[in-house]
Unconditional design. Sequence first.
Lengths: 326, 326
Amino acid sequence: MTTTTTTSGAPQPIAVDTNGADGGPDLVAEGARLAGTPVELFGGEEITNEEDPAFAVRSKPDASIVRAAKAVGAGEADALVSAGSTGALLAASLFHVKRIRGVHRPAIAVLVPLPGKPVLLLDAGANVEVRPEYLVQFAYMGAAFMETVHGVARPKVGLLSIGEEAKKGTDEIVAAHEELAGGALDFAGNVEGSALASVDVVVTDGFTGNVALKLMEGTAKAVGGAVGDAIRSGLVSSLGGLLVRGRLGRLREQLDPNTTGGAILLGVRHPVVVAHGKSSAEGVANAVRLARRAADEDMVERTASALAKGGALRSAPAASFATSHD
Amino acid sequence: MTTTTTTSGAPQPIAVDTNGADGGPDLVAEGARLAGTPVELFGGEEITNEEDPAFAVRSKPDASIVRAAKAVGAGEADALVSAGSTGALLAASLFHVKRIRGVHRPAIAVLVPLPGKPVLLLDAGANVEVRPEYLVQFAYMGAAFMETVHGVARPKVGLLSIGEEAKKGTDEIVAAHEELAGGALDFAGNVEGSALASVDVVVTDGFTGNVALKLMEGTAKAVGGAVGDAIRSGLVSSLGGLLVRGRLGRLREQLDPNTTGGAILLGVRHPVVVAHGKSSAEGVANAVRLARRAADEDMVERTASALAKGGALRSAPAASFATSHD
């Protein structure tokens, strides 16, 4: 439970923005109902991808995403879900849900379901440019998410880079590496793109993270497509072909960020889930369930506590939100 | 033919460094002979990955890579091939083969054999940090390579970024985009990681490029591995399984930078080919053939000419190497 809802012991609903999904508000409403947990729906005025997010959020107080974020900030809802413009969701969250005290920048985290083992990748696009201290915070935030929401005990954290050696990578990565090597996390050092599954959490800047996700999606599609060609050309028996295609289709779907539903904004004072615009009703339901689970597991408080214990917060948080539950 | 070999009209051999390949100098020598074109082999002292490349190249004048690069710089060989330390090859090329006048930084270009269409990606790791003018030059250099060596007429060039809009990406990308949009190339704007095959040349910084290549390799392996699991679990008939595995194995191999053999250093005064350490003899032969072809097609002269015509050289090259053949 979050600090701002301590006036009542009972959980608050999940605030769901019904705008922005390709399937329209009715599909989002249906998905929210399917989730099996109380929700509050916010419809009406929409902020689109074409608008400047910060300006739109400031100048449209009646927009659905703004009212939903305000409800969460005011403690009338425990978490926020939107399939609308990611930029608008990020801006509304910064203004109205607000950062955890001492956090430099929130980051978008995506659970990449690599065959065999899911790996959390962050930042997936919130921060095109980063400083070393942002990367260090992302490491703590990602580890806390995997621990609280996915039950991974002491997650292994790596920095995405171009070689395993501590000195490989950009200046920001080298500095973050040095800081994390002496820190409280189970830090595995640098990981290369070919070895993501060797860790539970992969930390990178928002530019590289976004490019990486789309490359994985594109490669999975290309490999799958080529296998499909082999099947259609009659090189493979039809039964075998059908089975392989089913299996590949699932893999492709899992690797497609459109359908992971696992994107979450970390570093803000309540859980914020980034549902994809192409979500099905079941996708929206999964996003609402993820938000509920993050709230129930006190993800935010445990994240703040881990950042404080690791000495990774911006300033000594004497009486801050970060340590009020510690 | 290169400017420095105009004393004789006859082609010079390809200089091959026999050190650095996992298979040892004998395998490299065998591969060089298989290429079917005159070579000059350089063996003896080796510079390894563990040494500082610039220091090692300066302090070991007898190292094979240094002598081979000097032979190329002196016009005694038309191009350079090495399967040794990429850092040492880069340093030896900078010192002894030298940059084309007006080129800021050489870049490593890799031909990614995406199913259906090969795409050239650069920089694959020579420059961890870039400035906009480097990216602009990479665009011209990559296009000239695809045109001269692979016969692609007017190659489509894109900047790897996190959205198609001109303003998406790092400050460096936005500035390079602006420059290229008004330039002489067939510029397709920004491309996302999921759409690499929409262009012939993808330009990025050496950090993102290196991460991208390894991610593609890792994803192709993961998808292939999962299909292998389906086959082993008996879900797929053994004949169908064998055929799919063969097909996938080839795809995986193609996507593996170890076996593409297509890495070339662009922006220096003679062709320099980066053969992979894990090359087979046939891989070495392909690297030598690529070097021969780049020399025969006047890749360097045509690159310099394209850079000059596009106004992308560092300073007006009045009587420089760059325009001497223009």
